[in-house]
Design a protein around this ligand. Structure first.
Ligand code: EPZ
Length: 417
């Protein structure tokens, strides 16, 4: 298995261009199931998760091509409504095929996604939403089976603003008979990107990006050609790395409006942020001020940036508290940061106290999940000595060529077999 080796202590300087967003591309690609024709997606990142969902759609019978960050999916060929365990277990976001399959074919069997390192990741709201639309849901040997002659529009309330739950139910409701309203819907930019694509396909949606999304069902949709929005979490990851190394980095091809929470917290650490169009320049300050964060649904501080920000706080001038309010087990990276000399204590599962130190020491560490691996890269960039990160396959799921991008910013980083 590949490892990432980093000789720390270098300031990051220069420019880096952000790739398309994994968490926008996945629901977009799933939405092509709704259409009896070929949809095209551009600015698709080359990631393991994209390969996984492409394999899943091909297994259902869709014709897919993926080259030069353009992915086409021809939904006309779909003849199977079962998403196999072997494919779903590799990527939980496979649950996103459930809504479109039952919306278009009236029947879907999708392996129940297991949990993952950061939490149990239940899908109860996905299922209760489909039931509200008239689907009958049953469990059969680890598979979710959803059936409906035709989905019927209805009011759906989410106890928690679930991102993929909102996406799944949007894709189901657009082909339902009559009107639906999603209440307490997630507001992430990826939701808006999906709603724009569905609208291009002929769906009638209003309110995406707000807590109340209204949908008027239509009888069929037509293919779309959609550009994937830039990855706000990748952008945030490079911005935090720039601040941590006291560097000076221009992050290009991002949407500043999507990273307001990250920008405000980085400013609070003393970093200088200059915004110009779709570029954000981050100049780290020599004294990194300690800052408290609480992760929240968008537009709050994103949980997908918590691990990266914790790495920054390990060398802050003072103590910071990190409250992870979204997932129940998203501090696994803290144990690895402790191995590098960080001073972190966790209380009742979702509060971390980080006591800033002058520096970290390099050490062999192990990635546990996608964003934890990014946290360990940032720690390796600032630690004295050579850090070796194992299980980097976690990182390859969500960051396109991350070591090449960091290397182009002056980091001494390489992938070793
Ligand atoms: C999406 O996951 C993202 N993944 C995650 O990114 C991200 O961390 C998360 O949203 C929160 O922003 C994709 O978009 C593919 P949720 P999702 O449903 O939709 C609970 C990454 O690193 N919940 O918004 O699965 C759930 O347990 C990944 O790129 C239920 O209880 O997250 C969590 O506590 C990690 N029942 C909270 O809601 C449900 O039916 C928010 O989860 C659904 C969710």
């Amino acid at each position: 298995m590949d490892k990432i080796q980093i000789n720390g202590g270098r300031r990051l300087t220069g420019e880096v261009t952000i790739s398309g967003a994994k968490n926008a591309a996945l629901p977009l690609i799933a939405s092509s199931i709704l259409v009896n024709g070929k949809s095209t997606f551009t600015n698709v990142p080359k990631l393991m998760d994209i390969v996984s969902i492409k394999k899943l759609l091909e297994d259902l019978g869709a014709g897919c091509t993926f080259e030069n960050s353009t992915l086409t999916v021809d939904g006309a060929g779909i003849h199977k409504i079962e998403a196999e365990y072997e494919l779903v277990r590799k990527m939980r976001a496979s649950i996103l095929v459930l809504g479109p399959l039952v919306a278009r074919f009236g029947h879907a069997k999708v392996s129940m996604p297991g949990g993952c390192a950061i939490g149990a990741r239940p899908v109860n709201m996905h299922l209760s939403g489909l039931e509200a639309l008239g689907a009958t849901i049953s469990m059969d040997h680890g598979y979710i089976e959803a059936k409906a002659d035709r989905l019927i529009g209805n009011d759906i309330y989410f106890d928690i603003p679930t991102v993929t739950g909102t996406e799944n139910l949007m894709m189901a409701a657009v082909l339902a008979k009559g009107a639906s309203t999603l209440r307490n819907a997630a507001r992430e930019p990826e939701i808006v990107c999906l709603a724009d694509a569905l609208t291009q396909m002929g769906a009638k949606i209003s309110g995406a990006g707000t807590p109340i999304i209204s949908i008027e069902g239509v009888d069929h949709l037509t293919p779309a050609s959609v550009n994937v929005i830039p990855d706000r979490i990748e952008a945030g990851t490079f911005m935090v790395a720039a601040a941590a190394t006291r560097g000076d980095v221009v992050v290009k091809g991002c949407i500043p409006d999507h990273i307001g929470g990250i920008i405000s917290k980085l400013k609070a650490t003393g970093a200088t942020i200059e915004i110009a169009g779709n570029q954000v320049r981050v100049k780290g300050s020599d004294i990194i001020k300690s800052v408290d964060i609480k992760t929240q649904p968008y537009p709050g501080f994103p949980t997908d940036m918590q691990a990266q920000f914790m790495a920054l706080m390990t060398i802050a001038n003072g103590n910071s508290t990190i409250h992870e309010s979204i997932f129940e087990n998203r501090f696994i990276h803290a144990n690895e940061l402790l191995r590098m000399g960080a001073d972190i204590s966790i209380s009742n599962g979702n509060y971390a106290m980080v006591r800033g130190k002058d520096r970290l020491q390099a050490a062999p560490v192990m990635a546990s999940d996608l964003r934890a691996s990014a946290s360990l890269v940032i720690a390796g960039l600032i630690a004295e000595g050579t850090t070796l990160i194992s299980r980097v396959y976690h990182m390859d799921r969500g960051y396109e060529g991350i070591e090449k991008k960091f290397s182009s910013l002056g980091a001494d980083i390489r992938r070793i077999q």
